[in-house]
Ligand binder design. Structure first.
Ligand code: BUP
Length: 450
């Protein structure tokens, strides 16, 4: 260990959508000379998280792992059924246990980089230990602006579903694009956002996985002094840490360039069985080649291979030349980087959006929950893809096979392909040595040392 290098502890919350960006930041800091320790809350919710951690530490032996055993979940005032939210509550309730562990780390810490949901619980600890606190935001700058604005909306004056809300600098956001739990003051989601936004003034800097060119409007709004938000550091797109590892989908290698559409709804969304069948028929009708990662349960530990049961053997038989339906974890970045991929049906989890931007793949945005509709607005504004139209929140209504087929054909005709390549170029510039994102990252590392 280089004793002069700044030592940074990273502390991600629950779910792959949080873990992966933190691992990427860890690798980016380590490759630029920092000593890095990752605090991993145990046990994880999903098998994907524990598998990813094992393989990450195997390829990054210089990065330290600090296993952090959580206190058992204590029932709170929230009726919280989402296993990922429950995990966040457990993490928040266990944070105080980190005090003796972090104070005894050697070399002593220069900074802790935590996840947004724990700011209010970890900020005092950072002050007590005299360590600078930074955070990583794993959503878009646009959605983060909305989060930062939430405490200014009076509880008794929440907008109605048909309204728009005006966040300074962002223009109108339709209320129908804001996740309902965010506007429910009794929900864990809104309460967690509210309390952590109010603690943002205790944070020294905010790393966010976006880049100036891609979200200039929201970045500017957040950077203005009236936003009340600490220095925003758009240091994205975060780099991949597995470059070069081979994928094991020989079928994809046989396909012509940009002919295949990739379908994934992220690590924590399972469409209903009816919607899965409708999507299957829509894909078949579109005539496009497809690679589909099928998820049928929220937490992967409950997932099983039920392709036959849900889609039917005859569907799989009929489409075996046209496409591939896979179960389980795939390396999405590698798939998106594959020359055969020409489009991406995505739920618009932010990591997926920014990966598509970095790799120049046009998106058909089919948001389901949470920040995804607002992220889809970013996709559309940047010209990176098409919005499916108002298909409601996930599970609200059944989207028809013909509509799905039409949208897929529209995307695969290539209307957004040139623009997606332009986005990729801009993303590459941001990450170059003189680029906006790289400059901010180097500045951040320097500030760890001062
Ligand atoms: Br599923 C899946 N392989 O099979 P998002 C996901 N990913 O590499 P989410 C894989 O997980 P939240 C798979 O590339 C992305 O980096 C994917 O994050 C990767 O959506 C990440 O896109 C998924 O943000 O999380 O999982 O819904 O809503 O918490 O952001």
């Amino acid at each position: 260990t280089d004793v002069t290098a700044p030592h940074v502890a990273l502390f991600p919350c629950a779910g792959m959508g949080h873990l992966l960006p933190f691992l990427r930041v860890a690798a980016m800091l380590a490759s630029r000379g920092c000593t890095v320790t990752i605090i991993t809350a145990q046990p994880t919710v999903s098998a994907a998280e524990s598998d990813q951690l094992s393989s990450f530490f195997a390829i990054h032996p210089q990065i330290n792992r600090l296993e952090f055993r959580l206190l058992p979940y204590k029932k709170s005032k929230f009726t919280n059924e989402d296993p990922f939210f429950i995990q966040i509550e457990s993490i928040v309730n266990s944070v105080h246990l980190l005090h003796p562990i972090l104070s005894s780390l050697l070399p002593s810490l220069s900074a802790i980089v935590a996840d947004f949901p724990v700011i209010s619980s970890i900020s005092q600890l950072a002050i007590d230990l005299s360590i600078s606190l930074y955070i990583v935001i794993t959503t878009s700058a646009r959605f983060f602006s909305l989060m930062a604005y939430l405490p200014r909306l009076a509880h008794d004056n929440y907008p109605k579903r048909n309204d728009c809300i005006e966040v300074p600098g962002l223009g109108p956001i339709p209320v129908s694009n804001i996740p309902p739990p965010m506007l429910n003051p009794n929900h864990f989601f809104s309460e967690n956002i509210r309390s952590n936004v109010l603690s943002l003034n205790k944070v020294k800097g905010i790393l966010i996985n976006t880049f100036n060119w891609f979200e200039s409007e929201a970045i500017q709004a957040l950077s203005s002094s009236s936003s009340g938000v600490a220095p925003l550091l758009p240091v994205g797109p975060f780099e991949s840490f597995e470059i070069g590892k081979a994928h094991n989908l020989p079928w994809l290698d046989e396909q012509t360039p940009e002919s295949v559409i990739f379908i994934s709804f992220g690590s924590r969304t399972a469409l209903s069985k009816d919607q899965i069948r409708e999507l299957g028929t829509g894909l078949e009708k579109s005539g496009c080649k497809f690679l589909w990662v099928l998820k049928t349960s929220k937490v992967d530990k409950d997932d099983k291979d039920d392709r036959d049961e849900i889609l039917g053997e005859s569907f799989l038989e009929r489409t075996k030349e046209q496409g591939l339906v896979v179960k389980g974890w795939v390396n999405q970045e590698q798939i998106l980087a594959h020359p055969a991929i020409g489009g991406f049906v995505s739920h618009c989890g932010w990591n997926s959006v920014i990966e598509a931007a970095r790799l120049g793949v046009p998106i058909l945005a089919w948001p389901q929950h949470g920040d995804q509709k607002v992220n889809a607005e970013v996709v559309e504004k940047a010209g990176l893809g098409l919005l499916v139209g108002d298909w409601g929140w996930g599970g609200e209504k059944l989207v028809d096979k013909n509509e799905i087929a039409d949208k897929i054909k529209e995307l695969m005709l290539g209307k957004n392909t040139t623009r997606a390549k332009e986005v990729k170029e801009k993303a590459r510039h941001a990450r170059e040595i003189n680029g906006t994102s790289e400059g901010l990252l180097r500045g951040l590392i320097d500030s760890f040392q001062s």
